[in-house]
Ligand binder design. Sequence first.
Ligand code: HEC
Ligand code: HEC
Length: 414
Amino acid sequence: MKKTLITTLLIFTTILLVYPNASRSMDLHNWTDNEKAVLRSLWIESLPPLPDDPSNRYSGDPKAASFGKKLFFDNRLSGNLKVSCATCHPANMNFADNLPLAHGMGTMTRRTMPLIGTAYYTWLFWDGRKDSLWAQALGPIESPVEHGFTRTQAASIILKYYRPDYEAVFGPLPVLIKKDLPPSAKPSMNEPAALKAWISLPVEKRDAVTRIYANMGKAIAAFVRTIVPDKARFDDYVEAVMKDDPSGMMKALTNEEVRGLRLFIGKAGCTNCHIGPLFTNGEFHNIGVPQPSSLPPDNGRSDAIAMVLADEFNCMSVYSDAERADCAELRFIDTATYKYIGAFKTPTLRNVAVRPPYMHAGQIPTLRKVLEFYRDLKPGQRSADLEHGDLNDLELQQIEAFLRTLNSPLKFVQ
Ligand code: HEC
Ligand code: HEC
């Protein structure tokens, strides 16, 4: 008798305690068709195949990529023989570093960007002052605070160490002798001595050196484009949603993480900008991150529009392999600079938890503080696309938990 009573009580308690929870947790995993469409769009499986870069006809060439990979890790391509792309973009850290401001031959005024899924961007850098990965790669090499190298030195390295790699992809190297390659020559307006050495070279030598230089960029780009994120726990969750598999959903994410996801795509309005499988629209926004007082003002995108139009390696340049028609983004670029003062590219949130600090100059040390930054922007200070309502502490914690489900290993695809 006693036993039956206890059993009945136990069953009752179970129904009371567990069932309401179970039903609430089912609600949590119950998505409307609209929400499902958003989840699908954020899913890694929605990432299209690597796009072609018409301005770089070698971009899909595996031989170019393996040559580019060697160049990426080669610190002979620097003024002090110590800096390579991998100095700031180390492979074991999402191809980014953990410094607020990048450091090569000198210290830069911006934070290193991770190299994840960069093939999908129309515009490169925080301000988008380059319109292809190969044009981008040519910036750091000649920058005095990065590789601190020159164009003629770079060509000399290719002639000396990389003749077979280069010729297998790009055909015969031009004939250049020592006097064609004065070490400190580059077309840099900020370095008068280097500029003078550069313009004293005959035009055809300058062109030959620059062709080698542009091809180096094309090889490096063929490598960099292959780096993409692999599946994260979030993607397992979406897969389960697509298959209508509640146990798969519960296995992939905790309730707290799912609540964070609901906020992220709902009330917090994060998907106004952090959309698509890379969690970025690739566009430029001024979200009001204060510029550190130790640095000069940074106009971001606003200043970069003229730079990309004038870039000697842009889509319409003589070194590009594209037809004019392929360069629509550049030709029809929005030149209303006033709209972009202090605007920076929306960063990917894939693997965001493993690479603090955050923002274009590493202004914010932790993910929690990024979320507090968003919360503390008062409606009057917010740009129009920032539509998060009032977020409380618990909600910030849930969004943070969700962001941590975007961690994944990287993979290399052709
Ligand atoms: C001294 C550190 C440093 C070195 C060396 C360096 N980078 Fe970077 N990289 C950065 C910083 C900082 C940014 C952002 C700069 C900006 O926005 O002005 C960046 C941005 C990029 C981006 C843009 C990513 C995006 O999402 O727009 C790519 C691609 C890239 N680097 C590739 C390279 C390659 C290839 C090399 C070697 C040729 C290289 N970097 C060398 C620090 C470095
Ligand atoms: C209006 C577009 C927009 C919206 C909406 C938006 N972001 Fe951002 N987000 C950005 C931009 C732009 C940056 C970089 C700003 C900078 O460096 O000055 C950024 C930076 C970040 C970073 C730092 C990443 C890094 O690598 O530095 C995180 C994390 C982040 N956002 C998360 C969120 C979350 C969570 C939400 C929703 C509460 C959100 N964002 C809403 C545009 C947006």
